[in-house]
Design a protein around this ligand. Sequence first.
Ligand code: ADE
Length: 225
Amino acid sequence: MRIDIISVVPELLHSPFEASILKRAIEKGLVEVHFHNLREFATNKYKQIDDYQFGGGAGMVMMIEPIDKCITKLKSQRDYNEVIYMTPDGKTLTQGDANELSLKENIIILCGHYKGVDQRVRDQFITREISVGDYVLSGGELAAAIVCDAVIRLIPGVLGNETSALTDSFQDNLLAPPIYTRPADYKGWKVPEILTSGNTPKIDVWREEQAYKRTEERRPDLLED
Ligand code: ADE
């Protein structure tokens, strides 16, 4: 998979890809991530990429021309399955979206900044608009990093234990059950006995029950479908 991220502050995006699982995924050649500084596609001598809103109003708007130039250049080099725009008014990211995106070959992610992009960018280039939650970040970069993390860890071979993504919260519309590790007794705080019983079928039933209970308590909305 190849991900091209377009941003006015690509520096904000580097560190998530320089450690742990994402770094390993890149090193193993399972994903390529490329950053593009929108300012390099600015057309005037001030390297301007934003301008005032038509009709008045506070806040600058990202101009269409640099974005068009950047996306058109990328598209001339390969086919893209998706051009995603990170924006708080997009569809809230779900595990289902991450699963779907993990199957794509090439995607572009455009990070919004200031008030956002000229609507014509959205109309002409964007195939999917994603929000990471009902709050406003300073820009789309951290949101893009969240999408990349959620997607890349699902690419086959990225996680050491292939089954571990399948038992994540949300994969079956349930939150994950409680988990424990050694010691089985710490200061008298004991691990549920069933987990040390060795009775795998019973452990599976316990986990399922716990996952259901936790989901009912914390996220009853997930059980509605
Ligand atoms: N840009 C600013 N806030 C955002 C959010 N919540 N999700 C995606 N992109 C954003």
